[in-house]
Design a protein around this ligand. Structure first.
Ligand code: HEC
Ligand code: HEC
Length: 318
């Protein structure tokens, strides 16, 4: 139970820090003049994405200034206690979420006014830009769990185990099967990048998925995560969020292959926009093959073990 109290205190502290940071960020264009009501919700924002072309990162960069006050110019949150990061997030996911904010299907009084003026092409361009940025990671909680089923484990290890192996008995799939071993996501099916995200945000999203209430009209994507999150306990959600915050992201082989494929399929006007320049592989943060907890050691779904078979250098595109 010590753990529960620690979380109580930690989340209180986070709230206080968040409130202070929020109060201090006076330069942030918060929607004080209630443009929320003023901006009409656009019914067809999500549908319009299909008609837009694959995003142009350079054009996206020119639009990203509006986002910088909260998400940082490079997509790394300026106040991690308050805003999620979008650096390294894939193009289709960013565009889809922006369209959901615009249509009101994903309610957010903060994001809606920023999404409202964007065209479908703007959304895709912004997505392409942020996908080229590198996400910073946080630090996972390695405190010892004092009681319960996971007694004696480090807190993040609860999350690591579920992330890499899932729990077959409860039909929880391994998160890495879709989000990748390093949390880099998969742009093809639009599985989001999750590495390095502030833990409170990941935990909140997982709770939303578990609760299963959404205003989205097309709930297919949401349902995927609803099924995944349903069996998770609060402790497991917090531990997963902590583990993912500590993941240092780099696109794995499958993700890079997909990015390359999508780029070839995209209109040829914008070569190099999905380039991964700036991403480097930090050997410190790469789990060595065969080490405890590595995909090789834990008998992971073969679909995700491409990684081991393919050299890990980042793609250099020019
Ligand atoms: C005033 C601060 C603020 C600004 C400016 C802002 N955002 Fe956000 N953004 C947020 C907050 C807060 C959330 C979390 C919303 C929620 O779920 O409650 C968010 C969420 C998002 C998400 C969803 C992230 C995810 O992982 O699901 C995307 C994508 C996003 N913003 C993109 C943008 C883009 C692109 C811009 C610029 C056009 C922008 N934002 C401007 C505060 C801001
Ligand atoms: C079958 C594929 C699949 C598996 C397995 C999966 N996810 Fe997801 N995940 C998705 C999809 C699809 C979305 C986007 C949902 C949406 O758009 O509403 C998503 C979204 C998320 C998000 C929201 C990201 C954001 O930026 O808002 C988080 C967090 C997440 N997943 C965590 C997990 C965790 C933790 C696990 C393992 C317990 C997991 N996922 C397993 C497909 C998957």
């Amino acid at each position: 139970m010590r753990q529960a109290r620690v979380y109580g205190i930690a989340s209180l502290a986070a709230l206080v820090v968040g409130a202070v940071a929020f109060a201090q960020s006076t330069a942030v264009p918060l929607p004080e003049e209630a443009p929320v009501q003023a901006a009409p919700l656009e019914d067809n924002a999500v549908a319009e994405l299909a008609d837009a072309q694959w995003g142009d990162a350079q054009r996206g960069a020119t639009l990203a200034g509006t986002c910088a006050a909260c998400h940082g110019l490079d997509g790394n949150s300026v106040v991690r206690e308050v805003y999620p990061s979008i650096a390294g997030q894939n193009e289709p996911y960013v565009a889809h979420q922006l369209a959901l904010f615009k249509s009101g299907e994903r309610p957010s009084p903060i994001m809606q006014p920023f999404a409202a003026p964007l065209s479908a092409q703007d959304m895709r361009d912004l997505g392409a830009y942020f996908s080229t940025q590198s996400a910073q990671a946080g630090i996972a909680d390695d405190g010892l769990v004092a009681a319960g089923d996971y007694e004696g484990m480090k807190f993040y290890e609860i999350g690591q185990q579920l992330y890499r192996r899932g729990d077959t008995a409860r039909q929880v799939p391994a998160c890495m099967a879709c989000h990748g071993p390093t949390g880099a996501g998969m742009p093809g099916p639009s599985y989001p990048h999750v590495a390095g995200q502030p833990a409170w945000y990941t935990a909140r999203r997982l709770q939303e998925f578990r609760d299963g209430t959404t205003a989205e009209r097309d709930t297919r994507m949401f349902q995927v995560m609803h099924t995944v999150a349903q069996p998770l306990t609060d402790e497991e959600i917090q531990a997963l969020a902590s583990y993912m915050e500590g993941l240092h992201p780099r696109p794995d082989a499958a993700t890079r292959a997909q990015m390359a494929r999508l780029q070839t399929a995209a209109p040829a006007e914008t070569p190099g926009t999905m380039g991964l320049e700036g991403r480097t592989v930090d050997p410190e943060t790469t789990i060595p093959a065969g080490a405890p907890g590595s995909p090789e050691a834990s008998g992971i779904d073969p679909a995700t073990t491409d990684e081991a078979a393919t050299p890990a250098e980042p793609v250099q595109q020019q």
